[in-house]
Design a protein around this ligand. Sequence first.
Ligand code: PMM
Length: 267
Amino acid sequence: MTLIMGAVNVTPDSFSDGGRYLNVDDAIAHGLRLRADGADILDIGGESTRPGAERVDPALERERVLPVIRELAAAGAQVSVDTMHASTAAAAVEVGARIINDVAGGLADPDMLRVAAECEVDLVISHWRGHSDDMYAHAQYADVTRDVVTELVQRMEEAAAAGIPPARIILDPGIGFAKRGAQNWQMLRGLPALVGVGPRVLVGTSRKRFLADLLESGGGGPATEQRRDLATAVTSVLAAQAGVWAVRVHDVAVTRDALRVAEAWRS
Ligand code: PMM
């Protein structure tokens, strides 16, 4: 069964849920609720990666995420830390995180691979070409799927050289990162090629702009959160059918239901 990673953004400006859980207690309560809803992993982040978002100082980022990670890990949750900073990743592992989720795939911080190797935890390597403020300038591909696979294989080789075996690596196509609308759909259609590389694959489509654009172009007015969550449940089912290991979502309950329906159909 495909695993569900529930996103907990402890940020004032995240793409979809920014500002809602900036308070530590609210973020912990939200994480516990996502776990009760069926999240297998809780992904805690303190820096928004929304297009155009400002960078966050690592010390402020740690202040936001460490108390939340500590508490959720102590409650028995499997926790990942969503960070591009090696210092935050190391501190998060110390308080109980077991997965480092680096949306920059090790490219933003030269210490990230060394820290992940030393900590002996799993590492999510996402496809990334630049920070949010100018990522669309890098959205140029000869063939999105082929280029993303090639670049992720390079990142994996760098990780292996740093001492991280493929069994501890999770690859992520970085939906919405340096990719425009149609490029995201092309990448999703090409997911089997990424799954074929070997390591586990994680996909995050949740509430992203390309889904909202699609919904709005079909009518019905603004793409509300509810509409985006339904769209996310559908893309998550299709990703599961393509063989991914896990999907990263905000509304765990609706995706859990959708995955169960698809599983019943299949089995
Ligand atoms: N997307 C966001 C944040 N973290 N991590 C991984 N591994 N993959 C993603 O696609 C991903 C991520 C952006 O979403 P949010 O800020 O709305 O939660």
